[in-house]
Design a binder for this molecule. Structure first.
Ligand code: ATP
Ligand code: ATP
Ligand code: MG
Ligand code: MG
Lengths: 219, 219
């Protein structure tokens, strides 16, 4: 489903170039549930952003479902992302002028659902995350862990085939983490492919396989 | 050093009022190292913001070092914060146009240090957090856990008497967490009073006492 071949990624910093990912080779089959772990700064978010077609890379190949993801136009990239991928950002990236409910409902517009269907679907998802009573709060009126859960609900609203989650339980107590992982497990059971970045070995234990990264290399 | 008596705090939400903290009674002695734990949404950040004089409260009393903290002017509040308190925000709150080094050096201006002294002090602190090689990166050029560590370094730069840290290890692997907690332990040994909000029992184990909060009440 996902294949990375000799992938390299550098960032430009003024005059110099700083290499972040080196010779990444990785294969993820359809319906796998993978944990991605590694030290802070090792390249996990950088790798996840490439998988989510949010960022390009410099060398090597990224194949998604049989198609080469390289130098896509923003339109093409957006199409793939909307139809295929649910992305949970490490810093949430909620829209500050929209309520929790509106943030979650936003991606559902691409599915052509009615307002009534979008609202019900979003309410159900937020409730599963323990957020009923917070539907109409703006992000600034939510706790850190509540914002994190809204970001997760938004990524899962379209029941995407590929879920990429960047440290989705970092701001959650163990009980809220368990609720989140139950939702992930259900979606996995229903066929989703999941790559979950985490620093928590307890969370990794709930996935099928752990890929470890250090200094931009898979170890 | 810190005393909360029957503290209450509500948020206004349109026409209604939503009570967040109820009858909070809490005493923290000078040079204590306290963990504050509780479910997501239970009121930890709200409480920490009150302790950090970043937010006012509705009923009860907050005594800081023998002075009542109630309805302070912004000037007075800022004076107390700058001279007394180091605050690590749950969402970091770094200045996006300043480098890691500049962000950490900023609070040192209040101490009247020379540019040379401020630079050396900041470099030393960032190095202790494992961030040498990232001094001149902007926040957008840092990983989530690196931003978190810059936020921590900035809070500790003035060696404040009171350190309030809101989930400072949420984005860190265990090795980086340990480095951070070593720095906290050293400052504690040198006399600081520390209140550390965390979801991690491992982190709480490194403090002297754990205060637990649930639905806005100390349990
Ligand atoms: N725009 C940029 N320019 C230069 N370097 C960058 C840029 N963005 C990230 N980096 C560097 O790339 C490295 C990898 O960053 P990345 O965000 O992928 O780490 P991570 O593994 O997700 O870390 P964390 O666990 O802290 O979230 C870091 O050392 C970071 O400083
Ligand atoms: N401006 C606001 N208006 C209304 N409600 C708010 C506002 N800010 C926070 N809240 C609510 O107050 C409660 C406590 O928030 P707080 O940020 O203190 O929680 P927390 O214990 O720090 O949670 P977390 O572990 O998720 O960070 C939450 O239920 C939140 O929805
Ligand atoms: Mg990251
Ligand atoms: Mg909080």
């Amino acid at each position: 489903m996902l294949r990375l071949i000799d992938l390299q990624k550098s960032y430009r910093l003024g005059q110099t170039s700083i290499a972040i990912l080196h010779q990444i080779n990785l294969s993820i089959e359809s319906n796998e549930f993978i944990a991605l772990m590694g030290p802070s700064g090792s390249g996990k978010s950088t790798l996840l952003n490439i998988l989510g077609i949010l960022d390009d890379y410099d060398q090597g190949e990224y194949w998604l479902d049989g198609t080469l993801m390289k130098s896509l136009t923003e339109t093409r990239a957006a199409q793939y992302r909307n139809r295929f991928i649910g992305f949970v950002f490490q810093s949430f990236n909620l829209l500050s002028h929209l309520t929790a409910l509106e943030n979650v409902a936003l991606p559902l517009r691409y599915l052509g659902q009615s307002l009534h269907e979008r609202t019900n679907c979003s309410k159900s998802l937020l409730t599963q995350m323990g957020l009923e009573g917070r539907f109409h709060h703006l992000p600034t009126e939510l706790s850190g862990g509540q914002r994190q859960r809204v970001a997760i609900a938004r990524a899962l609203a379209t029941r995407p085939r590929l879920i990429l989650a960047d440290e989705p339980t970092g701001n959650l107590d163990s009980s809220a983490s368990r609720e989140i992982l139950d939702v992930f497990s259900t979606l996995h059971r229903d066929g989703a492919t999941i790559v979950l970045v985490t620093h928590d070995e307890e969370v990794a234990r709930r996935t099928q396989r752990t890929v470890r990264i250090r200094d931009g290399r898979v170890v």
